[in-house]
Design a protein around this ligand. Structure first.
Ligand code: MEV
Length: 291
């Protein structure tokens, strides 16, 4: 345990929900997509003071979960985080930061870390960040492939190949997942038909055979998310802008009341044009991924 590196390094990527947000809370399926180009890097280094656990802080909890696992109770170390994942946008920032930090600790102490143990430690930090996380963020931030999740069937890796490009646009506004989930709960029976449809659309997205049909499913989902009151004016504006500029489909993504929208483009060229237009129309940042 005493053969430490000078600097321990850990990396992790972020994620975005493609379909099924909110419906997943009620037992339906959700699909999440790893954003491998949007990354967090954590560095761990020696320090002259003992690290103190802030039990309210998910990152600190991740670090201490890793240290405890390694049997280290007094750690003279410090860490820093370099992240391109904006916080509280439904991009799995807290999970990605926890994964990077745990990997960095294990790298620093030159210890082996299995994927199962890593997921378990990350979920300890996610419970501090989100109280009752489904584990979908952690799973997708740990996966190179898209993930399907439902309470009944658990997690499944997907070999999704839509043959199109996904544009992710950040409204720059913090998503308010807790508030949005409560808003839907307050709607009671009024939300039920929309949640059922959102669940059906998540399943349908997996069986459609062309990008146009996938896009249509996304746009239908957006209308149901609007109907349960979890979109925002800027998200609606960006979704409408994407459609008016030729996107095959578009929707908000994640908990909502802010956060990100996603749009489907037929080609990389179109995706680049869409990204530029969305930035002109208020998006703070955009990313493009092959889907
Ligand atoms: C938040 O990213 C997704 C929601 O479905 C909440 C959840 O699944 O815990 C809104």
């Amino acid at each position: 345990m005493e053969t430490k590196k000078r600097i321990g390094i850990g990396k992790a990527h972020s994620k975005i929900i493609l379909m099924g947000e909110h419906a997943v809370v009620y037992g339906y399926s959700a699909l999440a997509f790893p954003l491998k180009s949007v990354e967090v890097v954590c560095r761990v280094m020696e320090a002259d003071h003992i690290l103190i656990w802030d039990k309210e802080d998910p990152l600190s909890t991740a670090i201490f979960a890793a240290l405890e696992q390694l049997g280290i109770d007094k750690a003279y170390l410090t860490y820093d985080i370099a992240s391109t994942v904006p916080e509280r946008r439904g991009m799995g920032s807290s999970a990605a930061v926890a994964i990077a930090a745990i990997r960095a600790i294990f790298d620093y102490y030159q210890a082996d870390l299995s994927e199962d143990l890593l997921e378990d430690l990350v979920n300890q930090a996610e419970r501090v960040a989100h109280q009752n996380p489904s584990g979908l963020d952690a799973k997708t931030c740990l996966s190179d492939l898209p993930i399907k999740y439902s309470r009944q069937t658990g997690f499944e890796q997907l070999d999704l190949n839509v043959g199109a490009y996904l544009v992710i646009a950040d409204t720059g506004l913090h998503g308010k997942t807790k508030e949005a989930v409560q808003k839907v709960a307050n709607l009671g029976d009024l939300a039920q038909p929309h949640l059922e449809k959102l669940g059906e659309l998540a399943e349908k997205a997996l069986v459609v055979t062309c990008p146009t049909a996938f896009g249509k499913v996304m746009s239908q989902a957006h209308r149901h998310l609007q109907a349960i009151g979890v979109s925002s004016d800027l998200s609606d504006h960006l979704v409408a802008t994407a459609i008016n500029h030729g996107a095959l489909g578009s929707k908000m993504s994640g908990g909502g009341l802010g956060g990100c929208i996603i749009a489907l483009a037929a080609s990389q060229e179109q995706a680049k044009d869409l990204a530029k237009t969305l930035e002109k129309e208020g998006a703070k940042q955009t990313w493009i991924e092959r889907l």
